[in-house]
Write a protein that binds this ligand. Sequence first.
Ligand code: NCD
Length: 307
Amino acid sequence: MNSFKDRDMISLRDMTIDDLWTIVSRTGEIKTGKHRDCLKDKTIASLFFEPSTRTRLSFESAVVKSGGSVFGFADPGSSSQKKGESFSDSIRTVTGYCDAMVIRHPVEGAARLASEVATVPVINAGDGANQHPTQTFLDLFTIYEEFGRLKNLKIGIMGDLKYGRTVHSLTHAMALFDAEMIFISPPSLKMPSTILSDLSEKGVSFRTLIAPEGAADMNLDILYVTRIQKERFGDPQEYKNVAHGYRIDKSTIAALGEQVRIMHPLPRVDEIAEEVDETPNAIYFTQAHNGVPTRQALLGLVTGGIN
Ligand code: NCD
């Protein structure tokens, strides 16, 4: 029985460990050639109210590879929002044109609101600084491919933990898999207290650090690095105070140990030196490429093309 059929994908908070295993295992099946044409006769709307390279293009590639069709916009300036149409009216209209819709929006809660007016499944491709569930799905798949397990890993989650939606979703998921989490960020970009108190309530252990070198003796399996989310700062001075404050290079890897795998949702600005790309520790481009099969699996599940 496919528990994903007709379901919205808005937040990791709505998901169980079984849901996450379903995504990971179906993605593995897609990679071995199963579920070909799982989006045959399906039409997917791709509505990006905010810039994107990987998320939008990997969703669109996923639809085409699975035999479906995709339409939408990459720039809200080309939609009727420009004429003053409300978000709800746009969604109410597009829901009649498609079998599922993928939405990225700068406002927290936009995807949830869309799911309340749409009659087809809504997939949140990032809502402001809140959540980015499909990034977490591909992160989990990449971790599983690399380590052969999801449970009991030691992960450093680093960078802009305040505004980074990828790490908000990832933290929920890693907590379900009993990870030991080390949050590494400048003090002003700490993980929101709502998320930390949620972890404490669940009895999940975590530590906080301000620099990755502090994790030198911890034998981290993964260092998950993120970009400072410049576009979310209300005050440009607040951004300037923290910009260019950290950078992972080969010496960081030497300090953390050769076992560490470096992940990043991308795009990177300057937080990972290019010299890291050629090391066996860097798995961020593989991670980005896993966006396609992961999104094929997810769209196949929600539209019923995969059971
Ligand atoms: C992330 C996002 O949009 O939140 N990018 C992505 O989807 N891979 C991370 C970021 O923009 O820094």
